[in-house]
Design a protein around this ligand. Sequence first.
Ligand SMILES: C=CC1=C(C)c2cc3[nH]c(cc4nc(cc5[nH]c(cc1n2)c(C)c5CCC(=O)O)C(CCC(=O)O)=C4C)c(C)c3C=C
Ligand code: FE2
Ligand code: FE2
Length: 341
Amino acid sequence: MTDHALLLVNLGSPASTSVPDVRRYLNQFLMDPYVIDLPWPMRRLLVSLILAKRPAASAHAYSSIWWEEGSPLVVLSRRLQEAMRPKWDHGPVELAMRYGEPSIESALVKLAKQGVTQVTFVPLYPQFADSTVTTALEMARKVILEQQLKLKMHVLPPFYDQPEYLEALVESTKSYFQQPFDHVLMSFHGLPERHLHKSDPSGTHCLKGADCCQNAKGAVLESCYRAQCIRTAEGFAREAGLKPDQWSFSFQSRLGRAKWIEPYTEVRLDELAAKGVKRLLVMCPAFVADCIETLEEIGMRGKEQFEEAGGQELVLVPCLNDHPAWVDALTTLCERVPRAV
Ligand SMILES: C=CC1=C(C)c2cc3[nH]c(cc4nc(cc5[nH]c(cc1n2)c(C)c5CCC(=O)O)C(CCC(=O)O)=C4C)c(C)c3C=C
Ligand SMILES: [Fe+2]
Ligand SMILES: [Fe+2]
């Protein structure tokens, strides 16, 4: 059977590092109601304010990490797609981005034209968030409906605690752990606290008490991004044999004035340097591919901050990218999603 495709979906990048392209991308991204979850007039106003200065700053940041072939996130996602092709023998393997190109629409239309009847939709995010997973899924559903595509969709669930994912993380990072280090910081992408409250099905659990995320289970765990990040960090530490004082977690990339989930990476970097940590490894397990948030925010700005605060060296540990252990793990996870035969 060759009519069951895989559709790998990541976030997307600007088309180039020019300020107009970055502005177009940020506008599409931030005007998504799953990302800035305000009523349209307020969202438009806030995004317009952000777009006054951010595109120039972001374009500068993108320029510092851009590769000859393009955006690292897109290039690395393409490499993953290529590596998955020989592993998935049920049909084609396509790649789509929620913002920018290749779009979810173009990928689904292409698959339908090829005679594909079923698609396993693969959000390339280990942890669930409405601002990443839900928005991509909703876009795919909308395209299928509006274009009347005869495609049955299956979805790979979040894999934040799956042994295959955690083992691939350990395998892909092991050379970094063979050198001396004082501490490992697992820095996840942040989220406004408001998003956690909104997605809490109990309405009473998230961010109530210091260890609510550690205690989350059932439907609360299924929808709590912060709890899933903590499970990933704990799972990695366990699999890598780290002692409790050898690792910690934090949340990066805060945007705007609202409160985001804590602890903040920026604060943690200063704390670790003040505590005497000299050689710090930083992993970013919310991303499966290196991107501006890992390469520039942590690998450049975070490194400078930590080293200025008294740390000797911050070493950025690469994401899973197209590591063979990850390609095998993702294949196993995708094979496990039920398929109609
Ligand atoms: C890993 C999961 C991600 C979550 C959750 C997420 C939420 C989120 N992000 C912003 C704002 C920005 N994010 C930006 C870049 C970016 N974000 C993710 C992933 C998640 N975002 C990735 C993979 C990337 C990298 C894209 C790339 O091209 O490399 C940016 C753009 C860069 C910049 O200007 O800093 C913004 C802005 C919000 C507001 C949010 C939740 C509400
Ligand atoms: Fe983001
Ligand atoms: Fe929580």
